[in-house]
Design a protein around this ligand. Structure first.
Ligand code: AHG
Ligand code: MN
Ligand code: MN
Length: 334
């Protein structure tokens, strides 16, 4: 029966299963793991959209391992993802920005062949003012060359080892973007059916954009090369860039992925190694950026090649369109 040209409804799980011959690491098990993430983010989205009605606004009064005040939604998102992933049966270790240490899922035993790392709620400073926030995830395979008991050595893998990476942005619509190494694909949550449905396949980042995204309040503590790039971006010669900065990495990256341009979080006096965390912010975004034809660097090397030294290690992050990232690097030689 003809569908009369109506767009077919393809869910995330269906997309993985239909395309699994292309996805190097997809399998029934993998789509089962991904469905744990989509379930968790649907629950978080529902809480975000009812913030103020349900008691999820404001701070908990605690300070996390990052030294940041924990927002109620940080905790709720963290617990939701743990609950949804902990019983998938194939997740062995879970790493979260909100947890001091990795959590081993003992119930999974040797079947726990995946490691999931996540930033449960990115852009926490924007929760109470109804600005887009998100969830970021990265998926690694449990290494067979390291004992399972050496948990830290299991999780400290460079970004090139990621099997998959993605984010969900809780904005005017709820959009999931993910890659398993075979292009970037986007799904929009259809609240009327409670499912993420395919809206864009093989998303590519424009080679050149019109925006740069940075918190210029730290201008005086940026490296001179970064100041040089920013002066260039404001000059006539550059041809009219606009500054766009949401303060949520997921929202700033989502715009950069679709429209091009460059996002920068360089070293500052407050965060001399940069503010963003390598394992569950920079690495997943770097995999998505490269899969979409963009670049991601710390100023010295590809983000994906950096060998992590610590669980919550921070890194400078310059990511976006090839043209703009190369322009930044032409000014900034760390
Ligand atoms: P998180 O809320 O997970 O701690 O992440 C916040 C990060 C990132 O989302 C954003 O790009 C950056 O903090 C903004 O930092 P500034 O407020 O220093 O600009
Ligand atoms: Mn974050
Ligand atoms: Mn966070």
């Amino acid at each position: 029966m003809s569908t009369g040209g109506a767009r077919p409804i393809v869910t995330v799980q269906q997309h993985i299963l239909e395309h699994q011959r292309q996805f190097p690491h997809a399998s029934g098990e993998f789509s089962w793991l991904l469905s744990g993430i989509t379930l968790a983010t649907k629950i978080i989205a529902a809480q975000v959209q009812r913030a103020g009605i349900v008691d999820v606004l404001g701070a908990t009064g605690e300070v996390n391992v990052q030294g940041e005040v924990v927002q109620k939604l940080d905790t709720l998102a963290n617990e939701t993802i743990h609950r949804c992933l902990g019983y998938r049966g194939n997740v062995g270790i879970v790493v979260s920005e909100e947890d001091d240490e990795p959590r081993v899922i003992h119930e999974a035993g040797d079947k726990g062949k995946y490691i999931v790392l996540f930033d449960p709620l990115d852009g926490s400073s924007n929760i109470d003012v109804n600005v887009s926030i998100g969830t970021i995830f990265s998926i690694l395979r449990v290494r067979d060359d390291v004992p399972r008991s050496e948990v830290i050595n299991q999780v400290l893998q460079p970004g090139l080892e990621q099997l998959a990476a993605g984010y969900v942005v809780y904005g005017s619509s709820v959009v999931m973007a993910y890659t398993t190494g075979a292009g970037v694909h986007m799904f929009t949550l259809d609240p009327s059916i409670g499912a993420f449905v395919l809206t864009r396949e093989y998303v590519t980042m424009p080679l050149k954009g019109k925006t740069y995204s940075i918190n210029e309040a730290y201008w005086h503590t940026f490296p001179k090369g970064i100041q040089g790039f920013l002066e260039w971006a404001k000059s006539e010669e550059a041809g009219g860039y606009s500054l766009r900065y949401v303060g949520s990495l997921v929202a700033d990256f989502h715009r950069t992925l679709l429209k091009g341009g460059v996002f920068l979080y360089p070293p500052t006096r407050k965060d001399p190694k940069g503010k963003l965390r390598l394992l569950y912010e920079a690495n997943p975004m770097a995999m998505l950026a490269e899969q979409a034809g963009g670049m991601a660097t710390d100023g010295t090397r590809r983000i994906l090649e950096k060998p992590p030294q610590a669980l919550h290690e921070r890194t400078p992050l310059i990511l976006g369109s090839r043209s703009e990232v190369e322009k930044v690097l032409s000014f900034w030689k760390p």
